[in-house]
Design a protein around this ligand. Structure first.
Ligand SMILES: Cc1cc2nc3c(=O)[nH]c(=O)nc-3n(C[C@H](O)[C@H](O)[C@H](O)COP(=O)(O)OP(=O)(O)OC[C@H]3O[C@@H](n4cnc5c(N)ncnc54)[C@H](O)[C@@H]3O)c2cc1C
Length: 331
């Protein structure tokens, strides 16, 4: 007898018939949308992609998600959300959506391709998230995930109270990160590769008046180094005139932008449009897009807040709007 005889069957994608709702994305926005849709008997299918759990899988403790007074590990929070969605009745598949064919008319049936077949569905909640841009320098990958390199000061600044940190970037979000972290840290080094800033002047002015902020322009981080315990100890910066210097820091915030996961929408060739920052363009509240029956939630459509709780809230709103759409356009 084969050793696989008693292995549980891998469920196959429901490619027969027309589904009520497909959620694309397995992060806070996708899981929340799935919980709401399942409880509303819309029998959602979730395509959670390869990075099940989304960005919070790359972090340690999450201290700002309500309901967890001691904080909660990012992967654990995502595991709990998935379990809640499955308990409510969502069918979850760790598959990528590879292409979309969206119908521009209300009541139409949209198609979503995966490597294992095509799903046909009356509605879609798009929650494919975003990825923070990386510096791609030696040491960055090893020191992420709670060892000193971070991508969200709003989330992690309090963890660096009394410490020395660096923030890398020159846009609005970098300035916001400096302002957030400088309330907690002893000293903040702002490292920017040019000698001019592309952020709002008012933000730069606020940064410059913070007494614990030191600005390094025409400078790039070239490598990041750990101490013997494996935690961040120094960041090497190189200036345009060839000088180098090691900043002694316990935290380094990379604030050079995010890439929203909108490739599918961009290729879909429909009225789904993108904003100037490449996020999905919403035409109304509840994640409504220009295509009837297609909703978007979370970081894929949010250039401003990018938090787990705002993504979850947007997933809830999109699911409620989707539910209403399904009722108004019965099969
Ligand atoms: C290191 C780090 C630490 C952070 N810490 C905090 C914190 O402490 N508190 C906080 O509130 N926020 C934090 N954030 C921000 C927070 O993680 C995001 O705002 C939130 O995860 C966004 O949720 P989302 O569901 O929109 O997208 P994501 O979390 O990005 O999830 C997107 C999902 O879509 C899936 N997907 C993408 N493309 C496809 C496809 N083609 N087919 C199928 N699935 C697809 C992915 O596999 C993934 O499951 C942190 C972010 C980072 C990077």
């Amino acid at each position: 007898m084969s050793i696989w005889a008693n292995a549980p069957a891998v469920p196959s994608l429901p490619t027969d018939g027309v589904l009520d709702a497909v959620v694309v994305g397995g992060g806070p926005a996708g899981w929340t949308a799935a919980i709401y849709l399942a409880r509303a008997k819309a029998s959602p299918v979730v395509l959670a992609g390869g990075a099940v759990g989304g960005q919070l899988m790359d972090t340690g403790i999450v201290e700002n998600f309500p309901g967890f007074p001691q904080g909660i590990d990012g992967p654990e929070l995502m595991g709990r959300m998935r379990e809640q969605a499955e308990n409510a009745g969502a069918r979850v598949f760790t598959r990528e959506a590879t292409a979309l064919r969206l119908v521009p008319d209300a009541g139409g049936v949209h198609e979503i391709d995966t490597a294992e077949g095509t799903l046909r569905t009356r509605s879609v909640v798009f929650a494919t998230g975003s990825s923070p841009r990386r510096l791609d320098v030696p040491g960055e990958a090893e020191l992420g995930g709670g060892n000193g390199v971070a991508y969200c000061a709003v989330c992690e600044a309090p963890l660096f109270a009394g410490k020395d940190v660096a923030v890398v970037g020159g846009g609005d979000s970098a300035m916001e990160e400096v302002l957030a972290v400088s309330k907690h840290a002893r000293r903040v080094h702002l490292v920017h590769r040019r000698d001019t800033f592309r952020c709002a002047p008012v933000l730069l002015e606020r940064v410059r008046t913070r007494p614990n902020v030191q600005v390094h322009t025409d400078a790039v981080v070239t490598s990041i180094h750990a101490d013997d315990s494996g935690r961040l100890a120094t960041a090497r910066i190189e200036t345009r005139n060839g000088g180098t210097c090691d900043l002694s820091v316990q935290g380094l915030f990379v604030a050079i932008g995010h890439t929203p996961r909108t490739e599918l929408a961009a290729k879909a060739g429909t009225a789904l449009s993108l904003t100037p920052t490449d996020h999905l363009h919403l035409t109304g509240s509840g994640g409504v897009t220009a295509v009837p029956g297609v909703f978007a939630a979370g970081d894929v459509a949010d250039d401003l807040f990018r938090q787990a709780i705002t993504a979850a809230g947007a997933g809830c709103a999109a699911a409620l709007a989707c539910q209403r759409y399904l009722e108004e356009h019965p099969a």
